[in-house]
Design a protein around this ligand. Structure first.
Ligand code: GLY
Length: 430
C-alpha cells in the first residue's frame, strides 16, 4: 500500500511512524513533512518522501497522489480538509480517510456545529448563535454569568473565551464582533453555558456503514500546571483516559448515532476520524466541539496503544469496508508530554532556533519514544522551530509507570527557553 499524508507536526510524525511500521506499506509520501519525518524508514528500508507542497495545496497533493497511483490519502491538520482535499481526491478516485469540505465545517464553524447539534438532538451546553453585537450583548445581559464565547471561524485556539463576569463578556464580544481582533472568524459568535466537569477526548473512526469508538484519551490544553496560562494546541495527553461506565458508553454511542443521522441528512460525506470534545457533568455528556481529524497530541498516545494495523484501518474507512473487529488495543498505559518553546502559551513571541540536546540519550531509554513536532536539522543538530517542539511518549503496564518514564526522559531534554507541564497524567482515575 502507498500512502500520502499531510502535515508536519507531532501528530503527523506519529502517524507516519505507525504507518511505516506496517508490513503492508511499500511507500509513504508526506506533504510537506519535516526533516524528522524524512528520516523515518519503512519496513522495506525505503525512506519517507517529503513533498514540496503545503498541507493546504489540495490540487498539487491530489494530482500527485493520482499520478503516482497512491492507494490512500490521510489528512493531518484540519486545514487540509478545509482546502477541499477530500473532495478532490474522491473526484479522482483516490481513497481519502477524512470528511468532505462540508463535513469539516463541523470543526471549522462553531455556529454550524451548534446548529447541527440543536437540529439533530445532540446534547450540548445551552446557548445560541449571534450575528450582531446587539443581539449577543442583550442575550448576555438577560442571562446569568457563566458563559463560553466562541468565535465562529477557526482561530488557532484563540477564539474561545471564558469571561469571568458580564463586563468581561461584553468586552469579549465587542473585541470579536466590532474590533474584529480575529478578523472574519469573529463575525458571528456562539454563546454557550459554561459546563464544569470532566473533559474527555474521544475518537471514532467512520465509514458509510457505521462509526466505531476508540478507547478513551485525555489532553491538556492550557499552557501551565493546574490548567493555568493560555489555551494551546495541547501540552500532553494520556490513554486510557478513564473507564466508561455502560451508561456513559450508551450516551456517547447515542451522540455518535445522532451525528451520523445528521451527516446523512446534511449530505455530508464523512469517512475517517471524528473527534468530539466531550464534557461529562453529573449524569450528562455534552459535545463541546467537533474535530474532523486526529487530535494532537491524543494521536501520539492512541497510536502507541493501537494493536490494529493503522493503514489497513484507514483504508477500510476510506473505502467503506470497516468492521468493528478491525479495531484492537494494547491494554497498556501511554503518556505523552510536550516540550514547548519559550513564549508558547503565554502570548509572547516564540524563542526559536536553539539547539536541542539530550535526544541521543533519550533514544536509548526503553519504552520511550521521541516525537518530533517543531524541529529542524541544521548542520547535523536539531533546533526548535515551532511552538510544540518535542513530545516524549512512554508506555508501561500502568499510566503511572508510563508517566514516570516520560518525565524521567524529559529531564534529559534541553533547549533554551524550553518548558513543559509537570502534571500531565497525574489525575486519579474517574
Ligand atoms: N488536542 C486538541 C486538538 O487536537 O484539537
Amino acid at each position: 500500500m502507498k500512502i500520502l499524508l499531510t502535515g508536519s507536526g507531532g501528530r503527523e510524525f506519529s502517524l507516519v511512524k505507525k504507518c511505516a511500521e506496517s508490513l503492508h506499506v511499500t511507500a509513504i509520501a508526506v506533504a510537506p513533512g519535516s526533516d524528522a519525518i524524512g528520516e523515518i524508514r519503512l519496513q522495506n528500508g525505503e525512506p519517507v518522501q517529503c513533498l514540496p507542497f503545503a498541507a493546504t495545496d489540495a490540487k498539487a497533493i491530489a494530482d500527485w497522489a493520482r499520478d503516482a497511483k497512491y492507494d490512500l490519502v490521510v489528512p493531518g491538520p484540519e486545514s487540509s480538509l478545509e482546502s477541499g482535499l477530500g473532495d478532490l481526491c474522491r473526484k479522482y478516485g483516490v481513497p481519502f480517510a477524512g470528511p468532505c469540505q462540508r463535513g469539516a465545517r463541523l470543526e471549522l464553524s462553531k455556529a454550524f456545529a451548534h446548529e447541527f447539534c440543536s437540529k439533530y438532538g445532540i446534547c450540548q451546553p445551552r446557548g445560541a448563535v449571534f450575528d450582531t453585537f446587539g443581539g449577543a450583548r442583550d442575550f448576555l445581559s438577560q442571562n446569568d454569568p457563566g458563559w463560553v464565547i466562541k468565535a465562529d471561524g477557526s482561530a488557532s485556539g484563540k477564539g474561545v473565551i471564558v469571561p469571568k463576569n458580564l463586563q468581561e463578556a461584553h468586552s469579549a464580544i465587542r473585541r470579536l464582533m466590532i474590533d474584529r481582533i480575529l478578523g472574519k472568524a469573529g463575525e458571528r459568535v456562539v454563546i454557550q453555558e459554561l459546563w464544569k466537569g470532566r473533559e474527555l477526548s474521544l475518537h471514532a473512526i467512520a465509514d458509510k456503514n457505521g462509526a466505531h469508538l476508540f478507547e478513551t484519551a485525555r489532553d491538556y490544553k492550557r499552557a501551565g500546571d493546574g490548567d493555568t496560562g493560555e489555551n494551546t494546541g495541547g501540552m500532553g495527553a494520556y490513554s486510557p483516559g478513564g473507564e466508561l461506565s455502560p451508561e456513559r458508553r450508551r450516551q456517547i454511542e447515542s451522540i455518535i448515532q445522532s451525528w451520523r443521522a445528521g451527516c446523512a441528512a446534511e449530505e455530508i460525506l464523512y469517512r475517517g476520524i471524528l473527534y468530539p470534545g466531550l464534557m461529562i457533568r453529573d449524569d450528562d455528556v455534552a459535545v463541546l466541539e467537533f474535530n474532523a481529524r486526529f487530535g494532537d497530541p491524543e494521536t501520539q498516545v492512541y497510536l502507541q496503544r493501537l494493536e490494529s494495523d493503522l493503514p489497513t484501518l484507514l483504508l477500510a474507512a476510506a473505502t467503506d469496508t470497516l468492521k468493528p473487529e478491525m479495531l484492537s488495543w494494547h491494554s497498556l498505559g501511554s503518556v505523552c508530554v510536550n516540550a514547548v518553546s519559550g513564549g508558547y502559551g503565554y502570548g509572547k513571541p516564540l524563542d526559536l532556533h536553539h539547539e536541542i540536546t539530550g535526544l541521543d540519550d533519550i533514544a536509548k531509554l526503553p519504552q520511550v519514544d521521541i516525537i518530533h513536532a517543531g524541529t529542524k536539522k541544521v548542520n547535523g543538530k536539531w533546533i526548535n522551530v515551532g511552538g510544540r517542539v518535542v513530545g516524549i511518549r512512554a508506555w508501561d503496564d500502568t499510566r503511572a509507570g508510563a508517566r514516570e518514564r516520560a518525565y524521567d526522559a524529559m529531564e534529559r531534554l534541553l533547549f533554551e527557553g524550553m518548558h513543559y507541564r509537570r502534571d500531565i497524567a497525574r489525575e486519579l482515575e474517574f
